[in-house]
Design a protein around this ligand. Structure first.
Ligand SMILES: C=C(OP(=O)(O)O)C(=O)O
Ligand SMILES: [Mg+2]
Length: 570
């Protein structure tokens, strides 16, 4: 057995065979061939293998997920049978005397560009199908063995260098029992999504990919951050018992589902959930969330080929508001950039994407994108208790500019006779130190703050949240961070406003006593963290935590703060 350690990113234990997920290299070279007919045969064989594969996937999808989801594979099969695509590829092989993969790639690229430039949304979407199908055939031509995360159909633990948020979104919980990666941190977006999918995960192991072979038995302990490769029978038994104990603990927490969140001395706080898609609302309700404290709308913009229309967005926002049944829902406007990319926006590569053209900076420049989202939100506002929040606000001027666009769109909608709620609270994320420092000025103009510690910590400590090499500097408990949090909470309270926190720190058992003591009003976290947090708070005294927080603010290091909190035996 080999044991390696990483960062515990999503709780739970997974025991299954390893599935190595690697993104293939599709660099294609043009080569002059001597036997063109052999290339044509190669192409035909690759087409046949692709069709057989697609047929199988289609049948499985039909049986497991229904007709609608299986349709996509039917359309892929049709593309492979389409003479308008296949004949020009064969012609090119014969006329240009070139290799099959080159000819296919050239012809398909032209079709993709043509579809992308079509006016009809239906035809634009065909570009994505064409891209997918081409890759499948190229896999056979180039001898690449690639199975996309969506196609995994047996119980596995996924092993990868890194997972993008869109890879993670494709993971099927039924088969993917856990995952572990070389890079990433607890607040990288794949880790955040693993928590909402409730898939145990360990990230940032640095070398799991070189240690594990496909088919090895792997244990991923998302509670401790350990990964065991080819464990003994005794170890498998030990971890199975640990997994059962964890399941029992969850059942115990579930009893608190419909209870309010109150400390021993009667202080109420609100425990809300972070979500990425309307589907996540089920988890929020199952886990007793008192609201949605952060709806990361950028996932609505991912996994597609173009911007989502106002209607698509309106439906998503309305679904979340209706399903939350009057409970508050904080929707954050588009926060693209950093580790969340939108290939179809074709933005230039940046040296420091986390410090670059992202979130509100992009929205204030690309007002077409921003206004569409604001309209969709305003229209949806009549279906529940909507709160709107702007991400990455660095200056009051940015907030005012964003607020003015919102007000303009509201006035336009009302002129058009559309109903818009008059009680939408408008707040900002506090994730840039300048805003945390100047919170007293912001508090006069916003309705609420939500502290985004994932970014606030990385910007305050100058330590990339995705880079495990500097993860030792990523210190939620550093007194510098605690002082910024206190500044924000006090500034809000002085103006009669509330402060929430939607960074991962809000659900962290070591941070919770301090945050309660600092007077945080709303804690927003992964849905699965809500019940443990409720249980923890019910055993704490808010008054005592006030004293604890005051002591922590006076300490010099994160380690001293952790020791102080641990000493209360929480
Ligand atoms: C919640 C936050 O936003 P995101 O993780 O999406 O950057 C944060 O920065 O704390
Ligand atoms: Mg952020």
């Amino acid at each position: 057995m080999t044991k390696i350690s990483g960062i515990a990113a999503s709780a739970g234990i997974a025991i299954a065979r390893a599935f190595i997920l690697e993104h293939p290299d599709y660099t294609i070279k043009k080569t002059a061939v001597t036997d063109v007919e052999a290339e044509v045969v190669k192409l035909e064989e690759a087409l046949d293998k692709s069709k057989a594969e697609l047929q199988k996937i289609k049948e499985r999808t039909l049986a497991e997920l229904g007709e609608k989801k299986a349709e996509i594979f039917e359309s892929h099969l049709l593309i492979l049978d389409d003479p308008e695509l296949i004949s020009p590829v064969k012609d090119k092989i014969r006329e240009d005397v070139v290799n099959a993969d080159y000819a296919l790639n050239e012809v398909a690229t032209q079709f993709i560009a043509m579809f992308e430039n079509m006016k009809s949304a239906y035809l634009q979407e065909r570009a994505a199908d064409m891209r997918d199908v081409t890759k499948r055939v190229l896999n056979h031509l180039l001898g690449i063995h690639y199975v996309s995360p969506a196609e995994i159909s047996e119980e596995v633990v996924v092993i990868a260098e890194d997972l993008t948020p869109s890879d993670t979104a494709q993971l099927n919980r039924q088969y993917v029992k856990g995952f572990t990666t070389n890079i990433g941190g607890r607040t990288s977006h794949s880790a955040i999504m693993a928590r909402s999918l409730e898939i145990p995960a360990v990230v940032g192991t640095k070398n799991v990919l070189t240690q594990v072979k496909s088919g090895d038995l792997v244990i991923v302990d998302g509670l401790s951050g350990d990964v065991l490769i080819n464990p003994s029978d005794a170890e498998v038994a030990e971890y199975s018992a640990k997994s059962e104990a964890y399941a029992k603990q969850i059942a115990e927490w579930r009893k608190l589902r419909d209870e309010p969140t109150v400390s021993v001395d009667g202080k109420h706080v609100e425990l809300a959930a972070n979500i990425g898609t309307p589907n996540d609302v089920t988890g929020v309700i199952e886990n007793g969330g008192e609201g949605v404290g952060l709806y990361r709308t950028e996932f609505l913009y991912m996994g597609r080929d173009k911007l989502p229309s106002e209607e698509i967005q309106y439906n998503a926002y309305r679904t979340v508001l209706e399903n939350m049944n009057g409970k508050p829902v904080v929707v954050r406007t588009l926060d693209i950039g950093g580790d969340k990319e939108l290939p179809y926006l074709d933005l230039p590569k940046e040296m420091n994407p986390f410090l670059g053209f992202r979130a509100i900076r992009l929205c204030l420049e690309r007002q077409d994108i921003f206004r569409t989202q604001l309209r969709a939100l305003l229209r949806a506002s009549v279906h529940g208790n909507l709160r709107i929040m702007f991400p990455m606000i660095a200056t009051l001027t940015e907030f005012r500019a964003a607020r003015d666009l919102l007000l303009e769109e509201k006035a336009k909608l009302q002129e058009e006779g559309q109903e818009v709620s008059d009680s939408i609270q408008l707040g900002i994320m506090v994730e840039i130190p300048s805003t945390a420092v100047l919170a007293d000025q912001f508090a006069k103009e916003v309705d609420f703050f939500s502290i985004g510690t994932n970014d606030l910590i990385q910007y305050t400590m100058a330590a990339d949240r995705m880079n495990e090499r500097v993860s030792y500097l990523y210190q939620p408990y550093n007194p510098a961070i605690l002082r910024l949090i206190k500044n924000v909470i006090d500034a809000a309270h002085a103006q009669g406003k509330w402060t929430g926190m939607c960074g991962e720190m809000a659900g962290d058992a070591t941070a919770i006593p301090l945050l309660l003591g600092l007077g945080l009003d709303e804690f927003s976290m992964s849905a699965t963290s809500i019940l443990p947090a409720r249980s923890q708070i019910s055993k704490l005294s808010a008054e005592e935590m006030k004293t604890l927080a005051a002591k922590a603010l006076d300490l010099g290091t994160a380690e001293e703060v952790v020791a102080l909190v641990r000493a209360i035996g929480n």
